[in-house]
Write a protein that binds this ligand. Structure first.
Ligand code: HEC
Ligand code: HEC
Ligand code: HEC
Length: 439
């Protein structure tokens, strides 16, 4: 008998012994379907607040399929074990949550258990949503239940064994879920506490911005916000581990959250675009609070950097030969949109956002991932339409050319070249090929 077989059989034996207890401990009953939810009892104020909270929680980003009705589900989230599809959270009684009592809704949001008692996959960020207060939870429910009911039969999530055994998520929850709202920290300001509530709760910032352990749990402590990933993009560190050449100030963060762009850093593209789109709906005090909380994860004593001087330096440095192939490619393909004006002014352009690449976190990052993705795919869905789009260079440039271009810019900015960049471009080209798309 080979070793693997032994282990599996031993495991099954052990599970048989422990199984009864495990199954009992993780058993959740069905919450009876309710008909005739009294939507007339929800106040206009509740529904309006719920609408803002739903924007804060990006519900529609994950619960809306491409071209589908808002929140009707069917949005695919690929995982190494198969595709997880979001569900219909409109109040359709048959295919949505129309028969979910508040109690059932609250259990899903705080414990990751659906109305029938099944565990939900943590692709649904209930480990963050669990912190939502009772009042806010009621308001989210009020908003969702008063939206148009949409009938939508979405594809079933069918992961491979053993991930198809939803009960296994109970073990994951035991390690990663602390259910329920969290008390304010008395030594912090009310503003900071409000920011923590937004970021750690509905904002679920750490779902993307924290690295994950071997079991896909968010790493905590000093790893919190230290940089993670989302949909193939790198979500940069929000801590002092940031690669941003200019330290983020509170004005920078506020501008970024409000408009989707910081002229001293860059834009909220990729998976951050819909997040920034949602944040723009928040009242100004909430954005201030979020800013002050995020900023508290950075080193307050960071030296200020003159961003304009940095751009001027990048423009005038003769770090690479004037006739370098990469510089020519830049001048031909990128400069018309990305160059600074001769004074190195970071002028808020009236025509789109035109991020200064010399200041862009992605150009300074350890990994070329986001920069390469932006060039290959372009940016078709900016956070706000007025930021402008960027064309895809997939068909205009070879792997060698893209590598040459980006590494020349790195040299021009005084940064080491990215190693094996051509191979990385080739790999990302295959990964981002529209023909290989999951959906
Ligand atoms: C990052 C993506 C993501 C976001 C953001 C998200 N959800 Fe979900 N949600 C999912 C996925 C995926 C599922 C299905 C999980 C499964 O099938 O195990 C789900 C399931 C649910 C369910 C269970 C419904 C059912 O029929 O079983 C509810 C309720 C829900 N989400 C509400 C919300 C609300 C409210 C928000 C916003 C505050 C939200 N979700 C934001 C991904 C997301
Ligand atoms: C779905 C994943 C996701 C979520 C959720 C998310 N982010 Fe991001 N974030 C990203 C990605 C990816 C980028 C890189 C975007 C780019 O460079 O265009 C980013 C970029 C940023 C940046 C700019 C960093 C830099 O140095 O350029 C800030 C600031 C930021 N996010 C803050 C937040 C905050 C605050 C939240 C929660 C309210 C949040 N993010 C939630 C994925 C996410
Ligand atoms: C037609 C104008 C245009 C051209 C040409 C162009 N870009 Fe862009 N680029 C933009 C715009 C606009 C954005 C910001 C989009 C947004 O708001 O999300 C952007 C964003 C980017 C970003 C992402 C910044 C971030 O913070 O996420 C990178 C990197 C980038 N461009 C690199 C390049 C390179 C390299 C080239 C040349 C191969 C190039 N661009 C050509 C308009 C352009």
């Amino acid at each position: 008998m080979n070793l693997v077989k032994k282990i599996i059989i031993g495991g099954v034996g052990l599970a048989a012994i422990l199984g009864a207890g495990f199954l009992a401990a993780t058993q959740h009953g069905e919450i009876a379907p309710q008909s005739g939810i009294a939507v007339q009892d929800f106040s206009a104020q509740q529904i309006a607040n719920g609408k803002t909270l739903v924007a804060m929680g990006d519900c529609a980003v994950c619960h809306t399929a491409k071209g589908g009705a808002e929140n009707a589900g069917g949005f695919p989230m690929p995982s190494p074990f198969g595709t997880i599809y979001s569900t219909n959270i409109t109040p359709d009684p048959e295919t949505g949550i129309g028969r979910w009592s508040y109690e059932a809704f609250e259990r899903a949001m705080r414990h990751g258990i659906d109305r029938e008692g099944r565990h939900l996959y943590p692709a649904f960020p209930y480990t963050a949503f669990t912190r939502v207060t009772d009042t806010d939870m009621h308001d989210i429910y009020a908003y969702l239940m008063t939206q148009p009911a949409v009938k939508s039969h979405n594809p079933e999530t069918a992961l491979g064994f053993p991930f198809n055994i939803r009960r296994g998520i109970a073990v994951w929850n035991w390690m990663n879920l602390t259910p329920g709202p969290v008390a304010d920290i008395a030594s912090q300001t009310p503003e900071w506490n409000r920011g923590a509530y937004i970021a750690e709760g509905l904002g679920h910032c750490s779902a993307c911005h924290s690295p994950r352990d071997a079991f896909a749990g968010e790493k905590k402590g000093s790893f919190h916000f230290a940089g993670g990933s989302a949909e193939g993009w790198d979500a940069p560190a929000l801590t002092s581990a940031t690669a941003a050449p200019v330290p983020w100030t509170s004005e920078d963060l506020l501008q970024y959250f409000r408009t989707g762009v910081s002229e001293r850093h860059g834009v909220a593209a990729g998976p951050m675009a819909p997040v920034a789109h949602g944040l723009a709906h928040l009242p100004e005090e909430d954005l201030q609070a979020l800013t002050s909380y995020i900023l508290s994860h950075k080193n307050a004593t960071a030296e200020p950097v003159d961003a304009q001087a940095l751009v001027r330096k990048a423009d005038t440095a003769q770090a690479v030969p004037a006739d370098a192939q990469g510089l020519r490619l830049y001048q031909g393909a990128c400069m018309s949109c990305h160059s600074s004006d001769p004074q190195g002014q970071l002028a808020a352009s009236s025509f789109g956002s035109r991020p200064q690449l010399a200041l862009n976190t992605n150009m300074h990052a350890q990994s070329p991932n986001n920069a390469v993705r932006a060039v290959l795919e372009g940016i078709q869905a900016p956070a706000h339409a007025d930021l402008g789009t960027m064309p895809s260079f997939r068909h205009a440039m070879s792997d060698t050319q893209i590598a040459e271009l980006l590494n020349t810019l790195r040299s021009q900015y005084g940064l080491p070249e990215w190693a094996d960049l051509k191979q990385t471009v080739a790999k990302l080209r295959a990964e981002t090929d529209p023909a290989n798309a999951h959906h």
